[in-house]
Design a protein around this ligand. Structure first.
Ligand SMILES: C[S@@+](CC[C@H](N)C(=O)[O-])C[C@H]1O[C@@H](n2cnc3c(N)ncnc32)[C@H](O)[C@@H]1O
Length: 216
C-alpha cells in the first residue's frame, strides 16, 4: 500500500489494526529473543502501538518508524508521555521521550547499517503488498546486527478470499524473503480469536509467529 492509503486511513479513522492492549504474541514470544537491557529494538511501521511501551518496560531503547504524524503524536499524548523533544534530520522528524524515539517519515528511507539488536514486527510486513515486502525485508536485513533477532507476527490465509491489507504472508514467502540471511523458526500458529470479524471470517486464516536470527 502506498503512503497515500495509510495517510487516508489515519485521516478517516480506519485504524482497526490498533490494539488497546499489548499484543499477546509479543508478551508471550518476545522473551524467546532473549532481550537484554540497553539493547536497541526497531519497530517498523509502528502506528501508535502500546507495544512500544511494553518494549521500553524491558529496558530496551525503542525506535519506532511511522509515516503519519498524528499517529506519532497520539502515541505520546494518549500515554501521557510529555514533554517530547522534536528534531528534524534528513528524511525524518524524530520525537524523543526517554528511551523511546519515534521517527515520523517513510520507512523506506531508513538507512541503518547493523544498528539494532532486535526487531519487532506485528501488522507491519503484512501491511505491504508483495513487491514492497521485498524492499522492506532488505531494509530490515541491513539494519539488524549479525546475531540480532527478529520477532515476526503475520497472517497466513488464501489471498483470494480477502483483499489486503492485511496481506497474507505464507511460510514459503517468509523463507524467500529472509532465508539468505536468517535462521527461521516458526514458533506458533493459531486461528485468530481477538482480531475482529473481518479477519475471523476468512476460512483457514492463521496467525503465525516466527523467530528469526541473523546469521550472515
Ligand atoms: C497495519 S498498521 C500497524 C501498526 C502497528 N504495527 C500496530 O501493530 O498497531 C501499519 C502502519 O504502518 C504505517 N506505514 C505504512 N507505510 C509506511 C511507510 N512507508 N513508512 C512508515 N510507516 C508506514 C501506517 O501509517 C500504519 O500506521
Amino acid at each position: 500500500m502506498n503512503a497515500e492509503f495509510w495517510i487516508n486511513a489515519w485521516n478517516t479513522g480506519r485504524t482497526n489494526f490498533h490494539q488497546a492492549n499489548y499484543n499477546d504474541k509479543l508478551t508471550q514470544y518476545f522473551p524467546q529473543l532473549n532481550p537484554q537491557k540497553g539493547q536497541k529494538v526497531l519497530v517498523p511501521l509502528c502506528g501508535k502501538s502500546k507495544d512500544l511501551l511494553w518494549l521500553a518496560g524491558l529496558g530496551l531503547k525503542v525506535h519506532g518508524v511511522e509515516l503519519h504524524e498524528d499517529a506519532v503524536k497520539a502515541f505520546f499524548s494518549e500515554n501521557d508521555l510529555l514533554p517530547v523533544v522534536k528534531t528534524q534530520k534528513a528524511h525524518f522528524t524524530h520525537y524523543n521521550h526517554e528511551q523511546i524515539v519515534l521517527s515520523c517519515g517513510d520507512f523506506f528511507q531508513l538507512n541503518a547499517h547493523e544498528k539494532y539488536d532486535l526487531i519487532y514486527d506485528r501488522a507491519s510486513l503484512v501491511a505491504l503488498p508483495a513487491p514492497m515486502r521485498k524492499t522492506y525485508a532488505e531494509v530490515l536485513k541491513k539494519a539488524l546486527k549479525i546475531g540480532g533477532k527478529y520477532l515476526l507476527v503475520v497472517y497466513d490465509y488464501d489471498q483470494t478470499q480477502m483483499e489486503g491489507p492485511p496481506f497474507s504472508v505464507s511460510i514459503p514467502e517468509v523463507h524467500e524473503l529472509y532465508e539468505d540471511r536468517f535462521q527461521i523458526e516458526l514458533l506458533h500458529s493459531e486461528k485468530p480469536a481477538n482480531e475482529g470479524p473481518r479477519l475471523e471470517a476468512v476460512g483457514g486464516l492463521e496467525i503465525k509467529v516466527y523467530r528469526l536470527e541473523k546469521i550472515r
